[in-house]
Design a protein around this ligand. Structure first.
Ligand code: GDP
Length: 485
């Protein structure tokens, strides 16, 4: 005994106020029941309606998921290419394509799940890019991974020019959104929802009530997005009403769905707990700093200065002593563990030396700076690279205060899981100049939707969607992005 994986879970609320279903095999996924004891911030409470809805979704996933008669029938229908009558459509499906970095994939999957909840569809996740290796199964007694014999063999290559995309079907008059109650037999058996960041205004009609009425009766949807589209769903009036009932605190959508869906697999949980126990557990305060280096950016003294200015100005890290040092050990010395995540090691090495070579002004803080890995460059589809990224996102979510980089979904996932409003390092207009102010605290826990629609569905013309409803505002790190308040 003695390893972190075997700690008794004592009085922690393992099921997170009913968010998680009981009855899973503990050994298959240690993180599901152990995460509560690693989180100082117990998080927000889910509404009773959300908890009920999740249990109903689990029942649906069981009734219609892979291995059931309903699933075989739905596959047959998909193979035949014909949508039969409404009666045979008791189970409808949403397949979510998994691509891009770990942060993008998590936000995309959470978005797809939100849409599945709103539309009573079974969510099936494309197993590409290690989705099955990174995460435990979220639903009891069934799988959310799309089985290999899926008839749409090239679905992972679907893109804006796929003939069956929703916008192409509208353009080619295969579908007509403004006709009420199209008989189900005239509907296609599937359509592809293209919400990649290059989505056009026609693709974005997906966010309109009228189009949702049509999509409702199509048995299979395949969706591609690398974004957090939930703020867009809020523009649909039908969804808006349901979303506000499910989430009385609207900025907790990803906070709850993320904690519900994404449990690190045992291998990743080992990476997380070993690191946590060695480098973070002992500290009185833990500060997470995410330094996202995009592309081939070189080590930037301006970014280092931006980080120190931000953290010292807001009291996250102590200021350095400038005058004559008095080496007195304060009785109430506070310990701080700083967790830096980055593709590069330069920033954390600089911070570490800074707090070794200089005393701190208040004389009361011991500052320890560490970084789990420095992978140098972003790769795609490399297993140990992705498991480290997921472990580091999760470790950031276990800190008490968080600093993130503008535009990064990696940081959004950490803030949402942790239930924190992070200090966001603003994107500099010029990479050698520190922005003023260097950072600002986010107004919401929820992630930013980077490429939202700018369209008023009722007036049928351009509109600033950040001004349509008070619950959706523009993001602090991306002026044209949208997020829930
Ligand atoms: P985003 O690009 O910042 O929105 O975040 P993503 O997670 O979607 O994609 C970035 C990918 O680059 C990650 O999934 C990792 O593979 C890699 N990466 C970026 N920053 C880090 C980091 O701090 N640590 C590790 N281990 N990988 C990182």
């Amino acid at each position: 005994g003695g390893s972190a994986l075997e700690w008794p879970a004592r009085s922690y609320d393992k099921l997170l106020n009913g968010l998680l279903a009981d009855g899973f095999d503990k050994e298959s996924c240690y993180s599901r029941y152990q995460s509560a004891m690693y989180r100082r911030n117990a998080g927000r409470k889910p509404s009773v309606y959300l908890v009920t809805k999740l249990r109903r979704q689990e029942a649906l996933q069981n009734r219609c998921g892979p291995g059931t008669v309903a699933y075989s029938n739905a596959l047959e229908q998909l193979k035949s290419g014909k949508s039969s009558g409404i009666g045979s459509q008791e189970c409808k499906y949403l397949v979510s394509i998994s691509y891009q970095g770990v942060g993008n994939r998590i936000l995309a999957t959470a978005s797809a799940f939100m849409y599945a909840l709103l539309t009573n569809r079974v969510l099936l996740v494309d197993p590409s890019n290690e989705m099955g290796e990174l995460f435990c199964e979220p639903f009891p007694n069934t799988t959310w991974l799309l089985p290999p014999e899926f008839p749409l063999t090239s679905y992972t290559n679907f893109s804006h020019d796929t003939a069956q995309s929703y916008s192409n079907m509208l353009r080619n008059k295969v579908l007509k959104a403004d006709v009420d109650d199209v008989p189900a037999a005239q509907l296609p058996v599937f359509t592809y929802i293209h919400l990649h960041h290059d989505a056009t205004q026609d693709d974005n009609l997906f966010f309109c009530d009228e189009d949702q009425r049509l999509l409702r009766n199509i048995p299979w949807l395949v969706m591609r997005t690398d974004s957090y589209i939930v703020p867009g769903l809020f523009l649909d009036m039908g969804f808006r009403e349901k979303l506000t009932r499910l989430f009385p605190e609207l900025d907790t959508v990803f906070h709850h769905l993320g904690r519900y869906l994404f449990h690190p697999s045992n291998h990743v949980w080992g990476l997380i707990t070993r690191y946590y126990d060695a480098y973070l557990a002992w500290a009185q305060q833990r500060v997470g700093i995410q330094v996202r280096v995009f592309g081939s950016e070189s080590n930037s003294p301006a970014l280092l200065e931006q980080i120190t200015m931000c953290t010292q100005k807001h009291g996250l890290l102590p200021e350095l002593h400038t005058g004559v040092e008095s080496i007195v050990r304060a009785a109430n010395q506070k310990s701080k563990a700083v967790l830096v995540t980055s593709l590069k090691s330069w920033y954390s090495e600089k911070l570490k030396s800074m707090y070794w070579e200089h005393a701190v002004a208040t004389g009361e803080a011991a500052v320890s700076v560490n970084q789990p890995s420095h992978e140098e460059f972003q790769h795609y589809g490399a297993k140990s690279h992705d498991t480290k990224a997921w472990a580091e996102i999760y470790l950031l979510s276990l800190t008490d205060t968080l600093v993130t980089t503008a535009w990064s979904t990696f940081g959004y996932v950490a803030q949402g899981l942790g239930g924190m409003r992070p200090w966001v390092l603003y994107k500099p207009e010029n990479n050698s100049v520190v922005p003023d102010p260097p950072c600002g605290q986010d107004f919401s826990l929820d992630p930013c939707f980077h490429q939202p629609p700018f369209y008023d569905c009722r007036l049928k013309h351009w509109a600033d969607t950040g001004k349509v409803v008070p619950q959706v505002k523009h993001c602090i790190d991306r002026a044209w992005g949208l997020k829930l308040v």
